[in-house]
Design a protein around this ligand. Sequence first.
Ligand SMILES: [Zn+2]
Ligand SMILES: [Zn+2]
Length: 160
Amino acid sequence: MDGIGIFFEQKFSLGVRTISRIRKTIQRTLVLDAVRALCNHPTMDAVFEEVRRKFPGIGRATVYRNLLQLAEEGKIRSVSLPTSPMRYDGRTSPHYHLRCSQCGSFLDIDADLEPFLQARINVPTGAVIETHDVIFGGLCPLCSGGFSNEPGAASGESAL
Ligand SMILES: [Zn+2]
Ligand SMILES: [Zn+2]
């Protein structure tokens, strides 16, 4: 039993099944909150570290399982990159990304998805395209030297 279970067992004398249910809900909420709070497209390791700051007893596998479930349910988005670990995004509305080639940070680009991209490609027979991802390459505001102090100008940089 981890820290969460022990806390509820000692505090409220609840049954094992109830504790298990409460623990799962709390773990899930902690993981979701961590992804949203970090707001810099954290990796699984970064989410794990964030959750563990609040509940040191939580296991890596638990965090990973919750990330997968939340992504499957559409509560968060998973963003896969060719040469780095999967990132998780608390912003679920469709948007594009900029990946900084210098520091590796990952920023949101505010743009509507371009429907023409999907309309113009040759879809393999029998395949159905539902969405698409675009990751622009370039430099973030800090690395380009064009950093602005406007609020939110470098929101993707904070924890990198
Ligand atoms: Zn950068
Ligand atoms: Zn994003």
